[in-house]
Design a protein around this ligand. Structure first.
Ligand code: 5GP
Length: 126
């Protein structure tokens, strides 16, 4: 399986500091920042700093340290913004669009954290 990673995608430029971002949290392996077109009061993107196209690429090729850091970063953010149910928050949704059918717009692995309003059921029939 080969993955073609485009180093000129917008998130690669954000990681390199060529495009500004509203950073929420940065770790050794990840960057989390606010989505430029928020779909909910909380809309944060979490991306690995490594060159991964999507979730299946990340899951197959990233190191254990990168994968652990990614999960822990998401968990930390949900606590920091007080949406995690364990702290009495109203919860959140994670979305990882990968490929054509879910309409992945940016070909750098990312997870959306959405929260801060009722989000409805998972999918609408189209
Ligand atoms: P996708 O459809 O690939 O899962 O989502 C890509 C997301 O990236 C979209 O929600 C879009 O608003 C966001 N986005 C695209 N360009 C930029 C940018 O330059 N800065 C930030 N912060 N978000 C962006």
């Amino acid at each position: 399986m080969t993955y073609e990673y485009d180093r000129e995608n917008i998130f690669a430029k954000i990681i390199r500091g060529e495009i500004p971002n509203d950073t929420v949290l940065e770790t050794e392996h990840c960057l989390a920042f606010r989505d430029i077109t928020p779909q909910a009061p909380v809309h944060i993107l979490v991306i690995p700093k490594g060159n991964y196209v999507n979730f299946d690429h990340f899951g197959a090729a990233a190191s254990d340290a990168e994968i652990v850091d990614f999960s822990r970063t998401i968990a930390k953010i949900t606590k920091d913004v007080a949406v995690d149910p364990a702290s009495g928050g109203n919860g959140y949704r994670l979305i990882a669009n990968s490929g054509r059918d879910p309409v992945q717009e940016v070909a750098h692995m990312h997870v959306h954290i959405l929260a801060g309003r009722p989000l409805g059921r998972m999918l609408q029939k189209t």
